[in-house]
Write a protein that binds this ligand. Structure first.
Ligand code: UD1
Ligand code: CA
Length: 458
């Protein structure tokens, strides 16, 4: 078998998206559509990948710095787009797998099957097709009396009888390179859209007596093309269900798949339970036996095992094993919770490290702090980390006890096993094992209430 190159068509404007961003950058399952297609081509095992860019290519190249690409200056149609690759493909390439950048649900297994079929059947073109109950907008597969594929007719060019055909073109094909470019040389723009249609190559090859074959997908959802935001939402739904099902088969319990959105890149270990209304994004990894949610958002985090997170937002942080977080905690980027940490209700933690077994149970703000093991931070404690110009650090050493409603004015250090009295405003370091009280001493005035009453009565 000669070498196979994948070409991804991604130069189109995507007018129907009504967006200032190129269509292939719109995310599905948390990643740009183009990334899904690139990933599928890579996993299918092609020898080379080439992307055709045009509209919005600068923005695309900002996100995909290292992709090999050719430019289609004017978007004159899919045939014209593919034609731009004729000199850029390496000389060893004998077959070309064509993919559309707006078909993000395509699976690598399907591409492999398509390529195998193409090689084994010795076809000049092999089309991936699907049968759709509502084929509106797609090119229809035209077969002759014996069932051979003889052409593709675009929806807008189809006759009423052709519109009845349910078998559609997925926009994914494999071609023999030489004959592909020969045929592309011959296509014209005599059609409803006045474009160079790649699909016309099929008719040309057929008329020359060259074998054209088709492989039909079992799962028609994977060939779905995204042209507008309604289809984008539909693809999102399919992708979400796919990811959730993959995780469930792997041993993760998802209580309500409909309200759980987990990005394709997320990894979760078996026996973890995901409660409803939970969003897990980016490159998050979650260990086994965790309970996550309900109403929780987690972005780019690593979470250990047997950790519980309820009604919370956790961003770009590392959470250890056996931790309890929430309800209603906000853990902001750069935070590390070691094992057995408790972060309770209405607590915000930013860019801080909380040592093993330490607790921040209620109503606190901890920012730019290094907290060692077995520290207890009382309700309402605030690290005053910002002086209006600069951020400063707070250090709380092992076993220290911070009384409720304490303000720790950074930079400041609370020594090992030190004790800070409730209601203190701490502005100086506290030595290890010391007691710090920084509040006005309480005064009790005996009989004050009776005396006031008497005064009022007089
Ligand atoms: C195309 C097919 C149609 C198929 C459908 C599957 C043609 C003529 N029609 O229609 O048979 O059922 O895909 O989704 O091929 N592109 C370029 N340059 C261009 C035009 C398009 O790179 O000049 C790219 C687009 O960015 C897109 C892909 O090619 O990724 C498909 O183009 P699009 O305009 O969406 O084609 P469809 O009308 O969907
Ligand atoms: Ca399309």
């Amino acid at each position: 078998m000669g070498e196979v190159a994948a070409v991804i068509l991604a130069a189109g404007l995507g007018k129907r998206m009504r967006s200032k961003y190129p269509k292939v950058l719109h995310p599905v399952g948390g990643r740009p559509m183009l990334q899904h297609v690139l990933g599928a081509a890579e996993k299918a095992g092609v020898d080379e990948i080439l992307v055709v860019l045009g509209h919005g290519r600068d923005i695309i190249l900002d996100e995909f710095e290292h992709i090999p690409y050719v430019v289609q200056e004017q978007q004159l149609g899919t045939g014209h787009a593919l034609y731009q690759c004729r000199d850029a493909l390496k000389s060893h390439v004998e077959h070309v797998l064509v993919l559309c950048g707006d078909v993000p649900l395509i699976k690598p297994e399907t591409l492999k099957e398509l390529m195998d079929h193409h090689i084994e059947s010795g076809s000049y073109a092999t089309i991936l097709t699907a049968e759709l109950p509502n084929p509106k907008g797609y090119g229809r597969i035209i077969r002759d009396d014996t069932g051979n594929v003889k052409g593709i007719v675009e929806h807008r060019d189809a006759s009423p009888e052709e519109l009845e055909i349910k078998e559609v073109n997925s926009g994914t094909y494999v071609f023999k390179r030489k004959e592909l470019f020969e045929a592309l040389d011959r296509i014209d723009t005599q059609n409803a859209q006045g474009e160079y249609y790649l699909t016309d190559v099929i008719g040309i090859l057929f008329n020359e007596g060259k074998t054209v074959s088709a492989v039909m997908t079992e799962d028609p959802t994977e060939i779905m093309g995204i042209n507008d935001r309604i289809q984008l939402a539909e693809a999102e739904r399919i992708m979400r269900r796919r990811k959730n099902e993959e995780l469930m088969l792997y041993g993760v319990t998802i209580l309500d798949s409909e309200t759980t959105r987990i990005d394709s890149g997320v990894k979760i270990a078996p026996d973890t339970i995901i409660y409803p209304f939970t969003i897990i994004e980016g490159n998050t990894e979650i260990g086994e036996d965790c309970r996550i949610g309900p109403f929780t958002t987690i972005v780019d985090c690593v979470i250990g095992k047997d950790t519980m997170i309820k009604n919370s937002v956790i961003l770009e942080s590392r959470i250890g094993s056996h931790c309890k977080v929430g309800p209603f905690a906000h853990i902001r980027p750069g935070t590390v919770l070691e094992d057995y940490v408790k972060v309770g209700d209405f607590v915000e933690i930013k860019k801080s490290k909380i040592g093993e077994g330490s607790k921040v149970p209620h109503l606190s703000y901890v920012g730019d702090a290094e907290v060692e093991e077995k520290v207890n931070i009382g309700a309402g404690t605030i690290t005053c980390n910002y002086d209006g110009e600069k951020k400063w650090k707070t250090f709380i050493d092992e076993g220290a006890f911070i009384g409720s409603n304490t303000s720790l004015v950074a930079p400041v250090r609370i020594g090992k096993r030190a004790f800070v009295a409730a209601g203190s405003t701490i502005t100086r370091d506290v030595p290890g094992e010391a007691l710090a009280i920084a509040r006005k001493k309480q005064e009790n005035i005996e009989g004050w209430v009776r005396k006031r009453k008497k005064k009022d009565d007089d």
